[in-house]
Design a protein around this ligand. Structure first.
Ligand code: SF4
Length: 447
């Protein structure tokens, strides 16, 4: 049960020492109530306060760990309904499904492509996370063979989907210690599957057709001792799934309703690519912790990887690159200096376009706390004085003969200040849009 800020305040020492980085105990209590702080930040909290507040402030969505220790996937631990309220914590894990009713040799090739899939974007590596092995044959041997192939061939965590208890146990024995996610406990088989989950220390999916059934099922599983649960509520269409996901997450977060306080998984169905992308995008935004893709399709993965990266980036901490000098091409002493901010997306766009131009340059990335050019300028983080100071600190003045510096077109107003800070330099105003940089570099500098 959630505590109010006032209730938490009564349990704190009330000395206002400020060691928790907040000036007063009341302010700290308010942050705890909003789940924006950790009680561990107060070194003087009593054991009684730790017990009471700790229980009340634990994340309303349980953190569930899936897969082998060296390739573990974490899902859950979310605290907000909307990304802009704070941040979403653990990105939706993408799983690709394979059926043991298909010839094993055919699956091998696609399993390898799951392992090898890798997309580099704004300095991050985006990959697939899990493999679902589906016991459609309902037999033990093909299921176990596919499990061995998928685990050995990818090193990724597995989801074992079967209604055959014997096949499930055989698969769990193969993966003992690797924490595969078991799919699924239902109202009909809860006791037997819970026993397997406890025996093999594996997380377990609770699958039910209605919310009432799901609540009853998770309550029963928790009473049996199963702690790591993932929710699956199959629906006829994506609109119904969206409604279920929203109700589940809202009830768990707003009402601290423990029977629904678990990560959610969804399955993609169908063949129409635009519909698959639309459905998957909906689930990524609204509140799928595990999304099972029904095929390995690069044209499906690209938009989903990018959307997931965007949604699960902390809005309060933009992705940044290190502020320093980046040589683009093989710049020499006659190569110009280009400046930009350390917002990752800006850096990769600008550096890519300079590279496209074929004109080598020294790219000086200025510390703007991850803000883009215009935002950084408006916040006073990307001023002429800062640009001049960054170039001076870089040591380029001593290393190169060229005295041309190109600033972004959107901040042409800082050119005078840059000139003042860098006597003897010619300040050129480059294009506003990154897409025009290549042509500009060839026209103005490469001639
Ligand atoms: S560290 Fe503890 S006692 Fe000190 S101000 Fe913060 S909450 Fe109060």
């Amino acid at each position: 049960m959630a505590l109010t800020g006032l209730q938490i305040f009564k349990l704190l020492p009330k000395t206002n020492c400020g060691e928790c980085s907040v000036p007063t105990c009341m302010a700290f209590a308010m942050k705890l109530a909003a789940k924006n702080a950790d009680l561990a930040a107060c070194p003087y909290a009593s054991d009684a306060a730790k017990t009471t507040i700790g229980a009340a402030s634990k994340p309303p969505i349980r953190l569930v760990k899936i897969g082998p220790a060296d390739n573990e996937v974490l899902v859950g631990n979310e605290t907000v309904l909307f990304r802009h309220d704070k941040t979403f914590v653990h990105p939706t894990a993408f799983a690709v499904a394979f059926s043991d009713a298909e010839p094993l040799m055919e699956s091998c090739h696609e399993i390898a492509s799951v392992r090898d899939y890798c997309l580099e974007r704004v300095g991050e590596t985006l990959q697939l996370n899990l493999v679902l092995v589906d016991n459609q044959s309902e037999e033990v041997k093909p299921f176990v063979d596919l499990i061995r192939t998928a685990a050995g061939g990818t090193g990724k965590g597995l989801i074992l989907r079967s209604s055959n208890l014997e096949a499930l146990e055989a698969g769990l024995q193969v993966l003992e210690g690797d924490r595969p996610l078991i799919h699924a406990a239902t109202p009909e088989n809860a006791e037997q599957i819970a026993a397997l989950a406890l025996k093999y220390n594996a997380p377990l999916v609770a699958c039910a057709k209605t919310l009432d059934e799901l609540v009853a099922l998770t309550t029963k599983l928790a009473a049996l001792g199963v702690k790591d649960i993932v929710l699956d509520m199959p629906a006829d269409n994506s609109a119904a799934s969206l409604q279920h996901n929203t109700i589940i997450r809202k009830t768990a977060l707003k009402n601290n309703f423990e029977p629904l306080g678990y990560p959610i998984m969804n399955f993609l169905n169908g063949d129409d690519l635009p519909s698959l992308v639309a459905d998957a995008s909906t689930f990524i935004c609204k509140y799928s912790s595990i999304l099972v893709l029904n095929r390995m399709d690069l044209s499906l993965l690209l938009p989903l990887m990018m959307l997931r990266q965007n949604i699960y980036t902390d809005p309060q901490k933009p992705i940044q690159v290190e502020p320093k000098v980046y040589p683009i091409g093989e710049p020499g002493t006659d190569s110009p200096v280009v400046v930009t901010t350390n917002f990752s997306l800006t850096y990769f766009l600008v550096s890519g376009e300079i590279e496209n131009s074929g004109v080598p340059a020294h790219l000086v990335v200025v510390e703007t706390e991850g803000m883009s050019v215009l935002t950084g300028w408006a916040a006073g983080k990307f001023t002429g004085a800062k640009v001049a100071a960054a170039i001076k600190a870089s040591g380029l003045q001593e290393q190169i003969k060229c005295r041309k510096v190109i600033i972004p077109g959107y901040v042409s107003q800082i050119s005078g200040e840059v000139e003042e800070g860098l006597p003897g330099w010619e300040v050129l105003v480059g294009p506003g849009e990154a897409i025009d940089i290549a042509a500009y570099m060839k026209r103005q500098v490469g001639r």
